[in-house]
Design a protein around this ligand. Sequence first.
Ligand code: AMP
Ligand code: ZN
Length: 470
Amino acid sequence: MIKIYNTLSKRKEEFVPLKEGKVSMYVCGPTVYNLIHIGNARPMIVFDTVRRYLEHKGYDVTYVSNFTDVDDKIIKKAIEEKTSAQEVSERYIEECKKDMAGMNVRPATVHPRATQEIGGMIEMISTLIDKGYAYAAEDGTVYFRTRKDTQYGKLSHKNLDDLRSGERSLLVSGEDQKEDPLDFVLWKPKKEGEPYWEAPWCQGRPGWHIECSVMAKRYLGPGIDIHAGGEDLIFPHHENEIAQSECCNGVPFARYWMHNAFLNIDNRKMSKSLGNFFTVREISEKYDLQVLRFFMLSAHYRSPLNFSADLMESARAALERLVNAVDNLTFLEGSAQDGPLTAAEEELLAQAAGFTEKFDEAMDDDFNTADAQAVLFDLVRFANTNVSGANTRGFIRAIREEILSLGDILGLILEKKEEVLDADIEALIEERQAARKAKDFARADEIRDRLQEMGIQLLDTREGVKWKRV
Ligand code: AMP
Ligand code: ZN
């Protein structure tokens, strides 16, 4: 039984999805105006691991994560660079995808972008106005009528009176047409030189919160299983998402709300605005990004994690121990004898299965990756003690595969990357040409995909097929 700590109830709850065997999951993604920093990478790695574990448990997971591609910071950057907001956001979406691939974060089932969902946002805002939950001010700004939502505050466990006492800070200049300081923006008028869309209230652009409500509904439905993001999103972003979605759709929005704690540096949140950040790209110049992934998973996702060079060094050394152990097993397997497993080996395999059980127990307990990593090391120690060249090939393979599969649930690739030789690549290209000639296009595509996985891009030129490493 999987237990998830739900921010909504402030306790661990048994995970029961809406539809048996299926999980719908929405994770708030980055605003794309720069390279992502390793603080942004924490939710990516954590929730990718949650997805992998749910899949390992047999669930069919639909995972949606957005890119916020219209926002003040993107527009500011575009103006500085004398280019368009679209050019800036597209560039950083591509860069973000490269970083994700390096960290072995799988692409989401869908990566919607705010600018491509404006129609849905206008529709949701119109419904909220029709139902009396929103209103357009004279200048065309549309606000959500926060007080009308009697449940407002249920996620952040704030009540409206607490919020009232802090309302001065909620009064933003230019927003003085609000009926109430607690109201928040759904749509705002365009400013000179900014991208805008036609809407019934004015030419303008959406407020930030509405995009996630719309995308979650479009790709997952009005009620979803898991909604996740960093803990800074609890208020106001997620609180506002709940208000918009539930007042519009009339059904509970997300059953489980998961929030990761911060990645800190010198005990302060790593953030763009404080300037105390490292980009994932910078880290990749010094380390394989698998090390970053290993480091992120070495703490429970709800505990703050402090980044330091020392901790990264220990993560590198620890990961190396796992990779070397697998490499040793690969070597032993290659030279071992085929044949039936001995009774002693059968007995050891039964013992080894206990490690997978322990691993699952740790992950079932609100995805305790720190304990799961510890089990992986226990299994490696078990392998080092119990496996030798005298064992049968099947036994060695089973132990090796168990280590690899537990690693894979954490998104860790524990096999040494093989050096791909030019000659091997050329042989595959020739085989592909032959397959194409024989009209065996399935085989030809398979080879192209395989080459792509090896980081080889094919280029059809007048002089024939050329290739390059990407
Ligand atoms: P942003 O681009 O700032 O909207 O952030 C994208 C995601 O990264 C959100 O889920 C944030 O909560 C998360 N995030 C940003 N900074 C940190 C940090 N230092 N530690 C953990 N998560 C963070
Ligand atoms: Zn969101």
